[in-house]
Design a protein around this ligand. Structure first.
Ligand code: ADP
Ligand code: MG
Length: 319
């Protein structure tokens, strides 16, 4: 089973940023209002994610580390309309198979917290408030071939920061903090959606962009898109969310590009952040461990809507 978990880990865990993504997913699923991410050496030495969510009962700590153990899906039908970010029930098991992982957690009604060390299985009383801390140390320590593929600390840190940014943009109602080697790097306080965009992408992004808003009932698009002349410096910041989930989608990227075609004159694609809300039965969400892909039932309509929404934001005259 250890080997099976390590193979699964190959799919789930590429680098410290994958650990950040999975642990923050879990914190948000647990209803956290505040999430702290503390990294050592770009996350290679340690990723610690602390939340003030519901916590895990002591009796269930060991279960949380077992493969295909998830508390989030009760039936196959439920799998069809997944409301939570993680549901495969394999992230913690996979990460634990290629690291030194410990869980420290306390539920609201527990007299104190418990700590579980994944490798030894040792469960001990511990202190903390309600919520969960997951610490992942020495990623790939037992698989040097994988560890070899990690880049420099600063590159891994940049990937971790990006992973957190993706969560932070989608959840302005949650506060996020990021520390590296003991130094605070980011503090994104709970705020409005617009303020969160400014916090994460910079105040200048607001002035250099226009609001996007389109409501077709079954399909709603919100967000901001960069002005062609102003936002070129941030061309790498292109974020698309479908029903709250960060996705990479060629169809949407193409629709945005089409909208900019008439105004860009060969310049670089500006930054944009789009939140698409669509009836769940009109989209298939395929959450591969390392990327999220979507397939829209009516892809032409979605393409047209995104293009129209961006053109309206930029006030591009329609041909
Ligand atoms: P999944 O998220 O797909 O269920 P994971 O392996 O990521 O699978 O987590 C396994 C289980 O551990 C979750 O279903 C949840 O019950 C519990 N868990 C993990 N992290 C947390 C957390 N931060 N707070 C509360 N429960 C957690
Ligand atoms: Mg999970």
């Amino acid at each position: 089973d250890e080997l099976v978990s390590q193979i699964a880990a190959g799919e789930v865990v590429e680098r410290p940023a994958s650990v950040v993504r999975e642990l923050v997913d879990n914190a948000l699923d647990a209803g956290a209002a505040e999430v702290g991410v503390k990294l050592l050496a770009g996350g290679i030495r340690s990723v610690l994610v602390e939340d003030d969510g519901a916590g895990i009962p002591a009796a269930e700590l060991a279960l949380a580390l077992r493969r295909h153990a998830t508390s989030k899906i009760a039936s196959l039908e439920e799998l069809e309309r997944v409301g939570t970010m993680g549901f495969r029930g394999e992230a913690l098991a996979a990460i634990a198979s290629v690291s030194e992982l410990s869980l420290l957690s306390r539920t609201a009604d527990a007299p104190h917290a418990h700590r579980l060390d994944a490798r030894s299985g040792e469960l001990a009383p511990a202190a903390r408030g309600t919520g969960t801390s997951v610490e992942v140390r020495e990623l790939f320590f037992s698989t040097p071939a994988r560890r070899k593929f990690l880049k420099t600390e600063s590159t891994e840190l940049a990937h971790c920061t990006e992973a957190l940014r993706r969560h932070a943009l989608a959840r302005p109602d949650v506060g996020f903090g990021l520390w590296h080697d003991g130094k605070p790097l980011q503090q994104w306080r709970r705020s409005s959606p617009e303020q969160r965009l400014a916090q994460v992408l910079g105040e200048d992004f607001i002035g250099a962009s226009r609001p996007v808003a389109l409501d077709l009932g079954v399909l709603r698009i919100a967000g901001r898109t960069g002005l062609p002349e102003a936002a070129r410096a941030r061309a790498d910041h292109q974020y698309v969310y479908v029903n709250g989930r960060h996705v990479r989608d060629k169809l949407i990227a193409h629709a945005v590009r089409a909208a900019y075609e008439d105004v860009l004159h060969g310049g670089r694609q500006p930054a944009y952040v789009l939140f698409i809300e669509i009836a769940p039965e009109r989209v298939d969400v395929n959450v591969h461990p390392t990327k999220t892909e979507v397939r829209f039932r009516e892809s032409r309509e979605v393409h047209q809507a995104v293009r129209k929404a961006i053109e309206a934001a930029l006030a591009v005259p329609r041909a």
